[in-house]
Ligand binder design. Structure first.
Ligand code: GAR
Length: 195
């Protein structure tokens, strides 16, 4: 049980533009129960890092290429998460697979958002896979991260229609709107459950 007056400390891992990070920041600005305490990017140029500039939230870069091996890379990420005493790790467009060793350090404490209705279309280019398979409904999934690729326990999903004239861009945009609602809502639910 946690003291309700103390916000749940979120560490957000990103790789790119960070629109899901923005949705989390907007949610945390309105909710005293959750606070983003650190953002870690594996890409130094990620626009996500710009989103926390001037907010007093540290943006840490851990670029895989500058480390000798995956263990050292993940140790740098862990160090940042531990330094800022993160309670919940959120993968918000983080495009790397975390090792079983990393996942075991945060049991049921890592959430991921994926742009498909898992277990369909795990991995890269989920929206393209959905179009190629001709599904009529797709969506997004928030799940706990375990040692499998996009395979951990599902927490929440949102469905969107796939239209006959959809391109990867139009479908991605429709799914993304749902991601921006679903991920913050799921984090808030986690906050409630951990009280
Ligand atoms: C989102 O669509 C997210 O679901 C996806 O990357 C995008 C990141 O956008 N993640 C994955 O595909 C993970 N398998 P954002 O940087 O604007 O939040």
């Amino acid at each position: 049980m946690r003291d309700e007056r103390v916000p749940l400390r979120l560490g957000v891992l990103v790789s790119g533009r960070g629109s899901n990070l923005q949705a989390i920041l907007d949610m945390a600005a309105k909710n005293p129960g959750a606070s983003v305490v650190v953002v870690v990017s594996d890409r130094p140029g990620a626009f996500a890092l710009k989103r926390v500039e001037g907010l007093g939230i540290p943006g840490v870069v851990a670029e895989r290429g500058i480390f000798r091996n995956t263990d050292d890379f993940e140790a740098a990420i862990c160090e940042a998460l531990e330094k800022y005493r993160v309670d919940l790790v959120v993968l918000a467009g983080f495009m790397r697979i975390l090792s079983p060793g990393f996942v075991r350090r945060f049991p049921r404490r890592i959430l991921n958002i994926h742009p498909a209705l898992l277990p369909s279309f795990p991995g890269l280019h989920a929206q393209r896979q959905a179009l190629e398979h001709g599904v009529k409904i797709s969506g997004c999934t928030v799940h706990f991260v375990d040692e499998t690729l996009d395979g951990g326990p599902i927490i929440a999903q949102a469905a969107v229609p796939v239209l006959s004239n959809d391109t990867e861009e139009t479908l991605s945009a429709r799914i993304l709107r749902e991601e921006h609602r679903l991920l913050p809502e799921t984090i808030l639910e986690f906050v409630k459950q951990s009280r």
